[in-house]
Design a protein around this ligand. Structure first.
Ligand code: DON
Length: 564
């Protein structure tokens, strides 16, 4: 941490543009007396609040929002993808629901390699072969059976109306629909509602008739309206149109699973998050444990030592992730070792913050005695204090880009979240090995980190985000922003972010993250900084001591908080 010299300062200013330490304020702080819903789309947030006002609980609202997002936010909201839900009931009961996609029965380890063993990257990213067996509808059905209080039909109805009558698209959506048009045409030769001759513009009404009919089947038949009958036939026919392998049996066999959530302590706070097949909860807990002994609040938000401590922790935990994390139904994940506070703190105590540790010098931890054998998030709190933190995905923006012909919904490209070959990075640059290799019926590893925090037995925070590999570090930063740096919910999501994931050995930084002097100091000590666009779209609800729900909706998108 030497004093920066002038040449460095000038060159970094030129390279990175002028950086300010001032936090972005985003939209004004909002607080709600009763219930609050924060999602990536204003219409979906309103659908959730309507359900809460009708007397529905947080799970009811989450189900209605899930189906509404499948209509109004097609790049990530979905029927053809999967996700994770973390729940905390008003009396402190915690649970988590895994409705992650699965590899089809006909999948195999080397299915994305050519005859010489080289990855054919596009195959796991686009087209029918990129899709895992969708879990979203089974997940909502499970959530409803266990905790729902309003009829299933009532929860699906807002989505049916939005698909049948259409809704006005936002400026950001119009731009995206136009930009992706050529790709949509390539993968949907029979057309799709999103493909039209003229350019989309803000305020255009987007009607999705086939999707409304699929939603009606789901409203009337529950999960069978998706995994059996007409919708299943449409999916299997779509598979045959391309090179896809999802079968009727894969669809019928799909089950969402309730799993014990990850629960750990950070100082006085109880952290409740998603267990494997997400890496999110384990990695988040390990990150928090790794920085717990550092005086972050004293050092300050994104100050030199704070950034160094966070980055060095991230480097090590993403190395662990690449080796040790995968679907627990197929691979024994050493969860207890990975989130052992003593282990994480001892490891960090040996790390020098004076110089960057090269990532090549960092290997995944070895545990003695252990035998190795575009996404969207929303947060909801209801009037009674039940809370849902839900992240759902079709992986990349618009998933595989294949709309199921006749059924009007997009399929995921989640197969790319597997490690297609050891040492080959996926679309987020993440590495993996045996723990996350492809096997029939296995769930691909995820970074999604829907999280709930308690303080002294009371609900404190409901948080999560999309962003691929950056999900874990965005949730990590948002939690520290509130708990250590005293930010409001809105400030905590508006604040600029940075990210390190072991490999590649760079700190990704948003334009306004990390002030210029700190950047110079970090660069002098071996940290490589990479300027990049927005990181994540965090949705956060913080419960104030007076019980009010303070919301933070990410200004990086059209995200909106609503409540009453
Ligand atoms: O499950 C995962 O980790 C990824 N499929 C998430 C993808 C994602 O967040 C894309 N959104 N920006």
């Amino acid at each position: 941490m030497k004093k920066p010299n002038l040449i460095y300062i000038v060159s970094l200013f030129l390279l990175l543009g002028s950086c300010s330490v001032k936090q972005q304020s985003g939209t004004a702080v909002q607080e709600f007396e009763h219930g609050a819903v924060v999602t990536a789309h204003p219409i979906a947030s309103n659908v959730g609040v309507d359900i809460l006002k009708k007397g529905g609980n947080a799970i009811d609202a989450a189900i209605a929002v899930k189906f509404a997002l499948a209509v109004v936010y097609p790049n990530a909201g979905n029927l053809g993808g999967g996700g994770f839900l973390v729940y905390r009931g008003k009396d402190g009961e915690v649970n988590s629901l895994d409705f992650r996609e699965k590899a089809p029965g006909a999948a195999s380890r080397d299915m994305y390699l050519d005859k010489d063993g080289n990855p054919i990257t596009d195959l796991s990213l686009y087209g029918q072969l990129a899709s895992g067996v969708p879990g979203s509808v089974a997940g909502m059905d499970e959530a409803h059976k266990k905790y729902g209080s309003i009829s299933w039909k009532e929860l699906v109805q807002p989505a049916i109306d939005l698909a049948a009558k259409g809704f006005e698209i936002t400026d950001q959506q119009a731009g995206e629909f136009n930009r992706y048009k050529a790709r949509f045409q390539k993968f949907n030769p029979n057309g799709a509602a999103i493909i039209q001759d003229k350019e989309w513009k803000a305020g255009d009404v987007f009607v999705q008739k086939e999707l409304s009919e699929t939603l009606i089947r789901i409203a009337e038949q529950g999960r069978d309206g998706f995994y059996k009958g007409k919708t299943a036939d449409y999916i299997v026919t779509e598979m045959k149109r391309g090179n896809g392998i999802i079968s009727h049996k894969d669809l019928e066999d799909y089950q969402a699973v309730w799993r014990a959530p990850i629960v750990g302590m950070y100082k006085n706070y109880k952290v409740i998050s998603m267990p494997p097949p997400s890496s999110g909860g384990v990695a988040l807990m390990a990150l928090l444990q790794s920085v717990e002994k550092y005086p972050l609040a004293k050092w300050g938000f994104q100050k030199d030592s704070t950034v160094r401590a966070m980055v060095e922790a991230e480097r090590r935990i993403y190395a662990d992730r690449a080796t040790h994390l995968g679907d627990p139904d197929f691979y024994r994940v050493p969860v207890a070792n990975l989130m052992d506070a003593k282990f994480n703190q001892e490891r960090m105590s040996k790390v020098s913050l004076a110089k960057a540790t090269p990532s090549d010098a960092v290997k995944a931890a070895k545990f003695p005695g252990y035998e190795s054998e575009q996404t969207t998030h929303y947060s909801i709190v209801d009037k009674d204090g039940n809370a849902v933190s839900l992240t759902t995905t079709i992986n990349g923006s618009y998933g595989s880009c294949v709309w199921v012909d006749g059924a009007g919904f997009l399929l995921n490209n989640e197969m790319d979240d597997f490690s297609v070959k050891p040492g080959t990075p996926n679309m987020y640059g993440l590495l993996g090995g045996k723990a996350n290799s492809i096997e029939p019926g296995k769930r691909m590893l995820s970074a999604m980190t829907p999280t709930i925090i308690e303080e002294n037995g009371k609900l404190k925070m409901v948080v999560g985000t999309p962003g691929g590999s950056t999900i874990i570090t965005s949730v990590f930063q948002t939690i520290l922003n509130v708990l250590e740096f005293g930010m409001t919910a809105q400030e905590s999501v508006s604040a600029a972010r940075f990210h390190h994931q072991w490999k590649p050995d760079v700190i990704d930084v948003e334009a306004k993250a990390i002030d210029s002097l700190t950047r110079v100091s970090l660069t002098e000590d071996g940290y490589k900084l990479n300027k990049r666009g927005p990181i994540g779209r965090v949705e956060n609800i913080v419960i104030l001591p007076n019980g009010k729900k303070q919301t933070g909706a990410d200004h990086r998108g059209d995200d909106k908080a609503a409540g009453y």
